[in-house]
Each structure stands twice: as structure tokens, then as C-alpha cells.
Design a protein. Structure first.
Length: 258
């Protein structure tokens, strides 16, 4: 998939976040060449048998949500860097007032929201909503399809949920952004990448190819880091002190002796 190896050909530049420590680099190579990971626990703290596929889909520890949020925040920054206006993370959709939709899968919740909204992405004044999904092809729901078909499936699911409501109520456009844990992206995300690269190229007077390469590397490292954290990250309960003031035994209003 295009862009999946961008991290491997990047210079280790700290200011852009293009740096991995030796454990992360080793794990990244194992991930790229489908080699077994060393020193992984046999069982996840959720009770399931541990594996690479399980580590990337297990919701315990919050790593799945973190992966999604990191891609969302990076996309927000790229849109702002490209000169888009009114860029908002997690905008709430306008409430419905009796509107009916052809598809039963349309999201009609009064608290429905997208991941990002922005103006000036495709046209100067038009508003566009984006919703992000990062899927793992090793998950049971994706194993019976090819990678390309998985991208198409997830894009279509997002469109069925949001497209009609945003077109008819918001009078705006909707673009689903689908990424893979291995670094690939769907057709809609690819189109956005090219559009943002063109906007940054014009704004900064830089070659388009350099801007597109920069965006691919940022996305590649963003996804790679979140995957590596999910593989090695701690999923147990947070450690808490039962009585944080026990060492001091303070009583309200009593003087403190030194």
C-alpha cells in the first residue's frame, strides 16, 4: 500500500517527530516483515490470548481510541496548515426537526457529531465534514475481504451513517477518512491528502511533491507510533495510592511543623 513504508525512508528528524527508539524501530521492522514479536505476554489483561491482531483491536487500555484521536488531531493540524478556515474538532451536527431519510442506517441521534469540520477544503466557502476510522485488517470482521475491499466497505459504512444527513440538513459535504493500522488509506483519504498538499504548496510556495511527501510521512509515523504503543502499552488498572496523605497525617486547621 502506498505510504506504508514512508517512516522507513525518513531522516530521523526530532523536530518533525520522525524518531523511533531502538525498541520501537525493532518492533516496526517486525511489523513490516510479519516477524514474531519478542517478550510479549502470552495473555492480555482482558483474559484473551495475546497476539498482534488482538493487541491492535483490544479496547482495554484506551489505545484504540488514542489511535483514532491522534489521526484526528493530525488531520486538524494539516487542514489549518493548508489555510482552511473554521476548522473544528468534533463538531455537533444540527438537530433534526422531523426530517426523514431513505437509509435506516443514517445517524439520527440528537447528539450526533462528526470528527472534523472545515471550510475551504474543496471550495472556498463550502463546509465539509469528516469522520475518521482506523481499522485493522487482521480483525475478524475484515479477514474475509481484501485490503482494498475493506477500505471500500468502511468508507461506505461511514457514508451511510452521515452522508444524507449532512447533505440535506447541514447543506454541506461529507468525506469519510479511512486508514489502516499498517499505514494505508482509502480513496477518499487519498484525495484529501492530495488536496491538502496542494493547498500547503500554494500557501508556502513549495513543490507539491515535497508537501505530499511530508504529509505521508506525518501520517505514517502517527499510525506507526499508535500501533507500537498498543503492542507494548500497559493495559492494567492505573496505580493509585489508597491514602495519599497518610505519610503526612494532616488535619485541617492544624499547624504544620517543620
Amino acid at each position: 500500500m502506498k505510504g506504508t513504508s514512508s517512516w522507513l525512508t525518513s531522516l530521523p528528524l526530532q523536530e518533525f517527530g520522525f524518531v523511533l527508539n531502538k525498541q520501537e524501530f525493532t518492533d516496526a521492522l517486525h511489523l513490516r516483515y510479519d516477524l514474531p514479536f519478542r517478550n510479549m505476554p502470552s495473555y492480555c489483561c482482558c483474559g484473551s490470548k495475546n497476539s498482534l491482531d488482538h493487541a491492535l483491536i483490544c479496547k482495554k487500555g484506551g489505545f484504540v481510541a488514542m489511535r483514532h484521536n491522534q489521526v484526528r488531531d493530525l488531520t486538524v493540524n494539516l487542514l489549518m496548515e493548508g489555510g482552511c478556515k473554521d476548522v473544528k474538532p468534533e463538531p455537533t451536527l444540527l438537530p433534526l426537526s422531523g426530517e426523514k431519510f431513505d437509509l435506516r442506517s443514517t445517524n439520527t441521534s440528537p447528539e450526533a457529531r462528526a470528527d472534523i469540520s472545515a471550510r475551504g477544503v474543496w471550495n472556498t466557502m463550502d463546509k465539509t465534514f469528516f469522520d475518521i476510522r482506523v481499522f485493522h485488517h487482521g480483525a475478524a470482521s475484515n479477514q474475509c475481504t481484501t485490503v482494498d475491499d475493506s477500505f471500500k466497505k468502511h468508507e461506505d459504512e461511514k457514508k451511510r451513517q452521515y452522508n444524507r444527513r449532512i447533505l440535506e440538513v447541514e447543506k454541506a459535504t461529507f468525506t469519510p477518512l479511512v486508514f489502516s493500522t499498517l499505514g494505508g488509506m482509502g480513496n477518499e483519504a487519498e484525495k484529501l491528502l492530495k488536496r491538502v498538499a496542494a493547498l500547503i504548496s500554494v500557501k508556502r510556495q513549495m513543490p507539491y511533491s515535497d508537501c505530499a511527501s511530508y504529509i505521508r510521512r506525518k501520517l505514517s509515523f502517527c499510525l506507526l507510533r499508535t500501533v507500537l504503543i498498543a503492542i507494548r502499552g500497559y493495559r492494567g488498572k492505573s496505580l493509585r495510592m489508597e491514602n495519599p496523605n497518610s505519610d503526612f497525617d494532616l488535619v485541617e486547621g492544624s499547624p504544620v511543623q517543620y
